[in-house]
Design a protein. Structure first.
Length: 556
């Protein structure tokens, strides 16, 4: 538990730590009031059924200790209602706090992903990021953060209850100890052992099922064309079944402690009644003792059950603490840093790069100036896309130097120039949103003049006239509801809308007809003549004829 608290405090920020302990203290205070009100309720019962019990309330004013008056029970009812209302307010504050922590961690995890190395984007499965961004923060908040608060509160509640019992009747405490301690120890040991066995299955198979369902969703065409629907279905269902079995086994175990401990509590009641009958002592004092025992048992039992269950949950979801320490702070966004003023020239000097000891660029050099329209050609695997990733700072050069505006830069420094660069990838990117937002990638504000120009030049304006929604036409996930040519036009329009100093094009026209390709090539040639820099990867010789520089990687 000490280790878990340490991990929790490492994840929470300074303000959250204060809230965490403040809410915990309020919970404990509320629990103490619960016990005090329960104890006073016993005194009230004694007061109304035993005339001699009036002496116990002698500290109250005489008008309240009149058994024929309703003032005492009325005031108690009012205070009891206020106490429960405060309990609701505290509970709501607790859930609000937990929610804010989960959202803050999710936000930081997404920001950290956005600012992470390109290699992580390439080599880490998206299901892992989905889990870390969407699910793990809420598992931490729900099971670890809230769980720790509940355990501390319940332990404090049980401690206060035990102290109250000792003052009321020490024999009841001894009876509770003898009857409840053995089953608590046995059940806690059993559940801890079983949950430890299930938790790894929960984590591993949950991540696997996410990965497999994403594969199935993305592989709709291939799974049908190659008749592999059963393959995608079976591996998802197998992983999900293992996850569900482990999860619901752990949930089923949580119903066990309460059942067993209640049996022993009723056994205690049986013993008390048997003693009363055996001794012939069945007066009201004995009845009060039996009532106090049951009240104490049913106040302690839920606490014990909750501590055992929450401890089991925390053990099962302890993996949610992994790697969350880095979520306390979000990485600095490129947008928050001061961007470069502009991009006039780029030089790559003696650049070398290799994948798994396989060279793709060897002492490669090139210069990009304003006004250049450079064509890059070469066979597959020669490093064309790698060259783009080096220019963008996604990959670090292993040897050689890169200069932006005649100043040496590394991969990190290139990020400051991203606002000056537009990039059209081979695989176009889309969000499930309107055509407008797929071009601007902005929520509300956009430049209407630049948008109209980009749509006109890319041919989107003519293409989307047939849709009544126009710019509000919804583009579905991965652009599945539009043609390949329309997808490329959107990617090109996005680059044109940015009005960047450097435009990088990676096979941008392979889905377009000849007339559309020629029109766009002519426009990019005019952009270069107007002072922009354009670098284009293509295998098409006609497209290369529009360039003022041609670099073949086959010769390098």
């Amino acid at each position: 538990m000490k280790k878990i608290l340490k991990n929790i405090l490492e994840i929470l920020d300074k303000k959250e730590k204060k809230q965490f302990f403040s809410l915990m203290l309020l919970d404990i205070a509320l629990s103490i009031f619960d016990i005090l009100f329960l104890a006073f309720l016993l005194l009230l019962i004694q007061f109304y059924i035993q005339p001699a019990a009036e002496n116990r309330l002698s500290f109250l004013p005489a008008w309240l200790t009149n058994r024929n008056s309703m003032w005492l029970i009325a005031i108690f009812l009012l205070l009891f209602s206020i106490k429960n209302l405060c309990g609701f307010v505290i509970a709501r504050a607790n859930f609000s706090f937990i929610n804010k922590v989960a959202i803050r961690i999710s936000r930081n995890n997404l920001v950290n992903y956005q600012q992470a190395a390109f290699s992580e984007f390439v080599h880490t499965d998206s299901s892992v990021y989905i889990r870390n961004i969407c699910y793990r923060p809420f598992e931490f908040s729900q099971y670890m953060l809230s769980g720790f608060q509940q355990i501390v509160t319940q332990l404090a509640l049980m401690l206060v209850t035990i102290i109250a019992i000792i003052f009321f009747n020490a024999k009841i405490f001894l009876l509770l100890l003898v009857l409840l301690l053995p089953p608590v120890v046995i059940v806690f040991w059993f559940i801890k052992k079983r949950i430890a066995a299930e938790k790894q299955h929960i984590q591993d198979n949950n991540e696997l099922s996410f990965k497999y369902v994403l594969d199935a969703l993305k592989g709709y065409v291939e799974s049908n064309i190659y008749n592999r629907n059963a393959f995608f279905l079976n591996r998802f269902i197998n992983a999900r079944q293992k996850f569900s079995k482990a999860l619901f086994n752990s949930l089923a175990l949580q119903s066990l402690p309460g059942r067993i401990i209640e049996i022993f509590a009723v056994l205690g009641l049986f013993i008390l009644i048997a003693i009363a009958n055996w001794t012939g002592n069945s007066n009201s004092t004995m009845l009060i003792t039996i009532g106090a025992f049951m009240a104490a048992a049913y106040k302690i039992i839920p606490g014990i059950v909750k501590v055992i269950n929450v401890s089991g949950q925390m053990k099962a979801y302890e993996f949610s603490l992994q790697d969350l320490e880095q979520s306390r702070e979000a990485a600095t966004s490129v947008a928050e840093e001061k961007p470069a003023a502009g991009l006039q020239s780029i030089e790559l000097k003696n650049i070398s790069f290799q994948y798994a000891e396989q060279p793709v660029l060897n002492h490669f050099s090139m210069v990009i100036n304003k006004g250049d329209f450079i064509g890059i050609t070469g066979e597959s695997g020669k490093g064309k896309t790698t060259l783009m990733n080096l220019l963008l700072g996604f990959l670090p050069a292993e040897n050689g130097e890169i200069y932006f505006n005649e100043a040496p830069v590394n991969a990190e420094a290139i990020k400051k120039y991203w606002p000056c660069i537009a990039y059209v990838r081979q695989q176009s990117f889309f969000i499930h949103d309107t055509l407008l937002r797929n071009i601007t990638l902005e929520e509300d504000y956009f430049n209407q003049e630049q948008l109209q120009s980009a749509m006109l030049i890319s041919g989107l304006e003519e293409q989307f006239k047939k849709f009544s929604e126009g710019q509000q036409k919804i583009i579905t996930e991965n652009g599945k509801n539009i043609s390949g040519g329309q997808q490329q036009r959107i990617a090109i329009a996005r680059a044109l809308y940015k009005n960047a100093d450097l435009i990088l094009l990676d096979e941008p026209f392979n889905e377009l007809d000849t007339a559309a390709t020629d029109s766009l090539l002519q426009h990019f040639k005019e952009l270069a003549a107007a002072g922009k820099s354009v670098v284009m990867i293509t295998h098409d010789k006609k497209s290369l004829s529009y360039c003022n520089k041609i670099i073949s990687l086959d010769a390098s």
